[in-house]
Design a protein around this ligand. Structure first.
Ligand SMILES: [Fe+2]
Length: 222
């Protein structure tokens, strides 16, 4: 994990905790509940310690989102503190949502159905399946911390592999998320070191293709 990121994260966490103690309403509400992802510890290709750390980190996003919402409910929206917290909200909520999409599209021993609408669309859009895998992989090798998302634009019937900076920068407005991959360093560094390519290959070997196909077909129906 980059030293600069650690400093920023510690600062943000301290900032949030500071204002948690200054809000007047002592009643706090849990707007979001962390989902149980303990089953992911059974994926042999990922170290249990790595996955457990990642799940714990996700639970931190849930905690911070709830904390922020409670704080914002007790602040004057015209205040600078409220405005600063709203900037943090995009980071925290997108961090929560992206981790759920990522964990939900992970599972071992799920083979892709080559007769599925998703597979056929990928083959049509990217010439062939491997060409899409290569493009997604290369997008994931972008320097920096972030995410790779396979988006589908149902109106134009187009697919894109997009790079997201941090959690909240670079999202494609109005497009649906079909496959999500975490490429923050915490997602792979303790097991794969700096070999991000090996992590991405391992990710591809453990994608829940049923979930991915379900997401795509749900967009087609709506
Ligand atoms: Fe992550």
């Amino acid at each position: 994990m980059k030293k600069s990121f650690v400093i920023i994260y510690v600062f943000m966490f301290s900032f949030l905790n500071l204002f948690a103690n200054t809000t007047t309403n002592k009643q706090s509400k849990e707007y979001y509940l962390a989902k149980d992802y303990s089953y992911l510890l059974e994926i042999d290709d990922f170290d249990k310690s790595l996955m457990q750390m990642h799940i714990t980190l996700y639970e931190g996003y849930v905690k911070n989102v709830n904390m922020l919402l409670n704080q914002l409910n007790n602040l004057d929206s015209s205040s600078n503190i409220s405005k600063a917290l709203k900037k943090s909200f995009a980071f925290e909520l997108d961090g929560l949502k992206l981790h759920e999409l990522y964990f939900d599209n992970l599972k071992n021993d799920i083979k892709i159905d080559k007769k599925s609408k998703f597979f056929q669309k990928i083959e049509k859009e990217f010439k062939n399946f491997q060409a899409w895998v290569d493009d997604f992989t290369n997008t994931g090798l972008t320097r920096g911390i972030g995410w790779v998302i396979l988006y589908y634009d149902v109106k134009e019937d187009k697919m894109f592999n997009a790079w997201i900076d941090e959690h909240q920068i670079g999202h494609l407005v109005g497009l649906d998320r079909i496959l999500v991959m975490d490429v923050w360093e915490h997602a792979y560094l303790t097991q794969f070191g700096l070999n991000r390519k090996k992590y991405i290959d391992t990710f591809f070997n453990n994608i829940n293709w049923q979930e991915v196909s379900k997401r795509f077909e749900k967009v087609l129906k709506n």
